[in-house]
Design a protein around this ligand. Structure first.
Ligand code: PEP
Ligand code: MG
Length: 740
């Protein structure tokens, strides 16, 4: 069913020609197919009946080894190699010497070309180079799609063709189905060979200088280009772009008859083969730089766009693939087309994850070799909950996932119907359900979710997706929009929480060893009071006489709160002096996320109007366990007696002092955790918009007083976690804690 037609005929012809050109008794081509299988597609010299029958898994046998490591194998006696896998149907036992070369295109091994001879001898450098040249042609033939087309890969017969499953870390949960789209598209090479090498060299030179100018522009677009990382990155690019070895190899490839584009591709493939073998992280890093440079150069040669965002032919269900990505880049896509995001790098707290959460799409990160193993147009299923991805999935998996998505849609429909039902517990406790927001699309969710207000407006998010620091006017406009959209519902504005894992592209300072515990949030604000003053000024103006609630992040001691509040007071006085309108009711509070502040509760509670627990940070500092480090991600549980004990103490102290207390970390958005918070005495919680439905449904089935007794009984247990006990309690009491 595959491999027939013109492309197969050309391949059959090619193996004969190659064998006679390089004087080999055997010449075979294996093509990589779905399910990480290499199939014998054409041979000269081996048994022809093995064609389309012999298959090896990637990393099986010599052929599989070449594919797995994208490396050349040159062996005088192949059968003596530990990886040799004997396949009787091929009749290859009489051949000893073996030279195999990966067929690479766009960073992916598409197949393997091998020659064999009876005599035991190593092949020469010239012979290797000849094969490396030939695989450029074979790569094009395979990429043409006639030998193994994208659609063939899903419906292919044969058990050996298994769907590919990849794993990474969960960055955002949810399940989605769609079509793979590369954020930075591979560039199609229009022609491989050219008659006029001089003309090609001119084209190459023009593209090189265009590329250098464009890189220069890119970096000078930022005001801060003169210092910090920008400068270093720019210098690295300059050095690489002038790398004599690289330029020489490009010119040699052109002189051998390739087009400028094919030369860039070939040189890049060669670099990849060599560098793939290196384990030194510095060398691998350089490979990334060369990749980026080669991609840019190809774009200048072909005039194709840098990212897929502007592609008019984007499918309706995009699963976006990137090495890594900034938040603004994700926002360049039309949200209704985005189904999921897959990253080679990334962490749960990365900025792009925050935007993805706002867009409500699953994200899986840290997927090894993602870009090399998925092709554009591949059908993909993303299971964000379990950090796994199915590429070219079988029909059974597709059906199962379609059913899950259907059930999820149904559940959301039910929750939407619940939207106007009050979040009241069985024993009549009214719980305030608030949203965490950072983008205006989150604030718009107030209507759809029926939430009471915005419990945490992360002001740094709009800063992170911008190219430069917004001034007072820009910020005033932004916060006014938030007020307008919130339409009278309360909003808690948190002042900038930059630093740590939330770096602004234009606000650089020295790299820190421990950025989470470094110069971030209120520490930056107090050291750079003009930044804080501008923000407070904008907030006061945007409030324009309406109530204003402000909280300061990462406050570690009462004195910091006092200092920040004093700055707010200066801005209020300034506004009065200029005859402006001051806020109606002004409420000022802290995020409680540094354990040290717990030991100053009496003076703190006298001074604040409210406290909001940032359980994400509080948890990481309480357990000294980095929230972005997957190695310790599941080591401790938020439902541990120690955290619960701390929270109970805090709620009691706040209640006694008559200070409002809420919690706005991730745990508020999960039904079991939210249930526990109610048991601890919280009556206000704030979460991502998509979590509201689940939590509202849970609240309406819980008896808060009975639960409080049960939670109390857990706090002095020596357990690592009381999660199982709480889940069992919920089941026994028919509390709706199902999660999607
Ligand atoms: C927190 O730390 O719990 C929190 C809500 O703030 P962020 O996640 O923005 O650090
Ligand atoms: Mg925090």
């Amino acid at each position: 069913m595959s491999g027939h037609g013109k492309a197969q005929e050309r391949l059959d012809e090619l193996v004969k020609v190659i064998a006679s050109e390089v004087v080999a008794e055997v010449c075979t081509v294996y093509v990589r197919r779905a399910g990480e299988v290499l199939e014998l597609f054409a041979t000269h010299g081996l048994n022809p009946s093995a064609v389309h029958k012999t298959r090896l898994r990637v990393d099986e046998g010599l052929i599989g080894d070449i594919a797995a490591h994208a490396r050349v194998l040159n062996l005088a006696d192949a059968q003596a190699h530990p990886k040799f896998a004997y396949r009787p149907e091929t009749g290859e036992e009489i051949y000893h010497s073996f030279l195999g070369v990966p067929i690479l295109r766009g960073g992916r091994v598409r197949g393997v070309l091998a020659i064999q001879n009876k005599a035991k001898r190593e092949y020469t450098e010239e012979e290797i180079e000849a094969l490396e040249m030939i695989v450029v042609v074979l790569a094009e033939l395979i990429a043409g799609g006639d030998l193994v087309g994208p659609s063939e890969q899903i419906t292919a017969e044969g058990n050996a063709i298994l769907p590919l499953r990849m794993t990474g870390i969960r960055i955002n949960s949810g399940i989605a189905m769609g079509v793979a789209v590369l954020h930075q598209p591979r560039v199609d090479i229009p022609a491989m060979f050219a008659d006029d090498p001089d003309a090609e060299e001119k084209r190459l030179n023009a593209a090189l200088s265009e590329m250098q100018d464009a890189i220069e522009d890119l970096f000078s677009a930022s005001e801060l280009s003169e210092r910090g990382e920008h400068r270093e990155v720019l210098e690295t690019y300059h050095l690489l772009a002038r790398d004599a070895g690289w330029l020489r190899r490009l010119r040699e490839a052109i002189a051998s008859g390739l087009t400028a584009e094919a030369s860039v591709q070939k040189v890049q493939d060669d670099i990849r083969i060599r560098m793939n073998m290196a384990t030194d992280p510095y060398i691998r890093e350089r490979m990334h730089d060369f990749e980026d440079l080669a991609r840019r150069l190809l774009q200048h040669l072909t005039g194709s766009p840098l990212t897929a965002a502007g592609d008019a032919a984007l499918p309706d269900d995009v699963v976006l693939l990137a090495a890594n990505m900034g938040p603004a880049e994700l926002l360049d896509y039309e949200p209704h087309r985005l189904r999921a995001l897959l990253l080679e790098e990334g962490s749960a707290t990365a900025h792009v994850a925050i935007v993805a959460r706002a867009l409500d799409i699953p994200v899986v990160g840290r997927i090894t070799d993602l870009l090399a193993r998925i092709d554009p147009h591949d059908p993909v299923i993303v299971d964000g909950d379990n950090g796994q991805v199915f590429v070219r999935p079988g029909e059974d998996i597709q059906q199962m996932v379609a059913d899950t998505i259907q059930a999820e849609t149904e559940r959301r429909r039910l929750y939407a119907a619940l939207r106007d039902e009050e979040p009241v517990t069985l024993d009549g406790q009214r719980i305030a359900l608030n949203l965490n927001a950072g983008l205006l699309i989150d604030v718009q969710q107030l209507k759809d979710t029926g939430a009471d207000g915005i419990g945490l407006y992360r002001t740094e998010i709009p800063f992170m997706v911008r190219a430069e620091f917004p001034g007072v006017e820009g910020q005033t406009e932004l916060y006014s929009n938030v007020y307008e959209i919130a339409d009278g519902k309360p909003v808690m504005f948190r002042t900038l929480d930059i630093g740590g894992d939330k770096q602004l592209p234009y606000f650089h300072d020295v790299a820190e060893e421990n950025p989470n515990m470094g110069w971030r949030a209120v520490r930056v604000a107090l050291d750079r009071p003009s930044m804080l003053r501008q923000q407070l000024r904008a907030l006061i103006r945007a409030a324009n006489g309406r109530d204003l609630s402000i909280m300061f992040p990462m406050v570690a001691e009462v004195a910091e709160f006092e200092a920040a509040k004093a700055i707010l007071e200066i801005e209020i006085q300034r506004e009065k002096k200029r005859g402006g309108v001051t806020p109606g009711k002004l409420r000022v509070g802290v995020m409680l996320e540094v354990p040290g502040l717990m030991w100053q509760l009496p003076p703190l509670l006298k001074r604040v109007d409210f406290i909001s627990v940032g359980s994400n940070d509080l948890f990481q500092f309480l357990f000294a366990s980095d929230r972005g480090n997957p190695r310790v991600a599941n080591r401790y549980d938020v439902l541990s007696p120690s955290l619960l004990s701390m929270l109970r103490h805090l709620v009691r102290a706040a209640n006694e002092a008559n200070v409002d207390i809420s919690l706005c970390g991730e745990m508020a958005g999960s039904p079991v955790e939210a249930m526990t918070l109610i048991g601890l005495g919280f009556r206000t919680i704030s979460m991502a918009p998509v979590r509201i439905g689940d939590v509202r449904a849970m609240l309406r089935t819980v008896d808060a007083a009975a639960l409080a007794n049960y939670v109390d009984s857990l706090i002095d247990l020596p357990d690592h976690s009381v999660r199982q006990k709480l889940v069992a309690y919920a089941r026994d009491h028919n509390i709706a804690i199902t999660t999607g």
